[in-house]
Ligand binder design. Structure first.
Ligand code: ARG
Length: 618
């Protein structure tokens, strides 16, 4: 037991284990009691809150436990001995307070310093997950919504990977559907030489896409041609497919630039990838009696029945239904599998992709990161998948699906984030701007500190990149993702408050404290001992040990903001320690340098999980 405790750092999980053992002993006749352990709201470290809900269930039934207070005391008495717990107390009517042993905190940190932060990785119950993120649409430029999906999805993937989950990072690009028929037909008209139609820049593609859409809506002859083109692409016509492939390649090159700058790894399996799986999937659903004919279309009704008189709903690529007045709304009760013209929809592909992910890729957890506007789409097809028996009824058991929704990005004027000419901001421009601004700030700071000579131009560029992109990422991740967020270069690049700049700066300060000591920190790690006698040392030490449970919570609830908050509080706790405890040249120097090093290691791991490159001087 002691060995196991030393090797990992998941404090909360260990507390749950010992309280679980005690609960089983104390109330053996009450089944399914899960220990409720939280960080203390009182002055102790943790609290156990089981008594309040447990007491009414055993009241009058137990011969020896006569009050809620006695129940609390019994739970404490039955706790297995553990060197982790210093003391437990019970206050009326039954609150259990836990104080963690300071020695144990120190020992756990020493262990991490020797064996690495990987030993603090939380354990999750899933082995393999799909994270479907970024997923832009071919022939259109990526917009800030895709940036949010990219940043949030990457962090979720990183946190799961750290927790030893095998993550399939999936770029579900929109490379298929009616829009390609319109676009290709339009390009063929504009450039009768078909080879030219494929050699086109992303800007031209985007503008042709808009024009083709207009023509599609206005010109019925063109509309027919475009619909036929879709069938041709889907049927493998070589001329159409060649142009289609070239358009995809142009878009891919454009997206790759953004991924490379932000260090995002992704494997593209676009909508078209799942095409071969569609017919057998529809057959399976039909065999299960789920598919209904409705005016030539094939649909799955989630609730209720299609009335005979009911028109087949007109559902577009994104699952929007048009009502009689032409207003678009979502019909979350109908999943359109095959439209009356034989075309498949966004939902058809998503059903096939889900089938593939469950059966071929054997993923236990499938996570989709898109804006909240697609909530109905996901809800509908999740329901259809449950109806088909692909997913369990209980949405918390595995295999499990999750729509990680995020809010829109607003500009500082409170309106949707756009350029001055009210155009969508190209992501490459946005990243350039963040980098330019951070470079100016770093150059200025170096000049003011009169150490400009110490910086090579490459160093400045590398730091500006880390800080600029880090600022964009952190500003996004620190918010509760489901709410809209205001994009502001000024706020995100401020060197105070909850910004990447402040946090990266805090990290460089810790590194310079260690550098200035002149000590070989790797040697100290092997032999040095950590003492946490000062209250601020202990607070910082305990906070460090709460890293694993924080990552676990962020992974389980899929909220990266939880980790951002932790990182910010960590640097606040470090500041308090540093203000109150001198490090260099004191009797406690070795111990305090080790605490600095442990803080720097945990900070760097947080940066890594948030996709931010740490810097060592600034
Ligand atoms: N391409 C879609 C869009 O830009 C996002 C795709 C998300 N993934 C999925 N499996 N539906 O809105």
């Amino acid at each position: 037991m002691a060995d196991k405790q030393e090797s990992t750092g998941n404090l909360k999980q260990k507390l749950e284990e010992i309280f679980d053992a005690s609960l089983k002993l104390t109330v053996p006749d009450v089944p399914g009691v899960e220990p409720k352990i939280t960080i203390s709201k009182r002055k102790e470290d943790y609290q156990c809150d089981n008594v309040m809900s447990l007491w009414p269930r055993i009241k009058g039934k137990s011969t020896h436990i006569k009050s809620s207070l006695a129940l609390g005391q019994a739970i404490v008495e039955n706790l297995p001995t553990s060197e982790m717990v210093e003391a437990c107390s019970v206050t009326a009517p039954g609150f259990i307070n836990v104080t963690i042993s300071t020695k144990w905190i120190a020992k756990s940190i020493e262990n991490m310093l020797i064996n690495g932060i990987e030993t603090w990785a939380p354990t999750l119950s899933v082995k393999r997950a799909v994270v479907d993120f970024s997923s832009p649409n071919i022939a259109k430029k990526m917009h800030v919504g895709h940036l949010r999906s990219t940043i949030i999805g990457d962090t979720i993937a990183r946190m799961l990977e750290y927790s030893n989950v095998e993550v399939l990072r999936r770029n579900h690009v929109g490379d298929w559907g009616t829009q390609f028929g319109m676009l290709i037909e339009y390009l063929f008209e504009k450039f009768p030489d078909t080879d030219l139609a494929g050699d086109i820049s992303i800007d031209d593609l985007q503008s042709c896409y808009k024009k083709s859409k207009k023509k599609f809506d206005e010109d019925p002859v063109f509309k027919k041609k475009a619909q036929l083109a879709v069938v041709r692409i889907q049927g493998g016509d070589p001329v159409y497919c060649k142009t289609w492939a070239k358009i995809c390649e142009t878009s891919r090159t454009e997206c790759a630039k953004v991924y490379q700058r932000l260090q995002i790894e992704l494997e593209e399996k676009g909508e078209s990838f799942y095409k071969p799986y569609i017919p057998s999937m529809i057959e399976e659903l039909s065999d299960k009696g789920l598919v209904e004919e409705s005016k030539g279309a094939r649909v799955i009704k989630i609730k209720g029945l299609v009335k005979d008189s009911e028109e087949a709903p007109v559902v577009n690529n994104k699952g929007l239904v048009e009502d009689s007045e032409g207003n678009k709304k979502r019909d979350s009760n109908t999943l359109m599998l095959v439209k009356s013209d034989g075309a498949y929809t966004y939902s058809t592909t998503d059903m096939a992709a889900l089938w593939y992910r469950l059966n071929e890729e054997k993923a236990e957890w499938i996570i989709y990161v898109t804006d909240v506007g697609q909530a109905n789409h996901f809800e509908t097809f999740f329901k259809a998948a449950r109806k088909a028996g692909w997913l369990p009824e209980n949405d918390k058991t595995y295999p499990r699906v999750e729509h990680v929704k995020f809010g829109v990005v607003n500009g500082e004027d409170g309106k949707k984030f756009k350029t001055r000419e009210s155009k969508t901001v190209p992501l490459t421009d946005l990243l350039d701007e963040a980098m330019t601004r951070s470079k100016a700030a770093i150059t200025k700071r170096a000049e003011e500190a009169r150490d400009a000579k110490e910086w090579t131009p490459e160093e400045i560029d590398k730091t500006a990149e880390a800080v600029g992109y880090g600022a964009v990422k952190y500003a996004d991740l620190k918010n509760n993702r489901s709410t809209p967020y205001t994009f502001s270069y000024n706020t995100m690049l401020e060197d105070k408050g909850e910004t990447a700049v402040y946090l990266l700066y805090a990290h460089t300060r810790i590194c310079s404290i260690i550098r200035e000591s002149g000590k070989d920190i790797d040697e100290l790690k092997k032999t040095g001992k950590l003492a946490l006698d000062h209250v601020h040392e202990r607070t910082l030490g305990l906070h460090l040990l709460q890293f694993a449970e924080t990552v676990k919570e962020a992974c389980t609830d899929l909220f990266p903001s939880v980790l951002c908050k932790y990182l910010y509080n960590l640097s606040e706790n470090f500041n308090k320690f540093y203000l109150n405890c001198r490090v260099n040249g004191t009797a406690e120097e070795t111990s305090r340098l080790l605490l600095c090093e442990a803080t720097a290691i945990v900070m760097r791991k947080c940066f890594h999980l948030l996709g931010i490159t740490p810097v060592y001087k600034m």
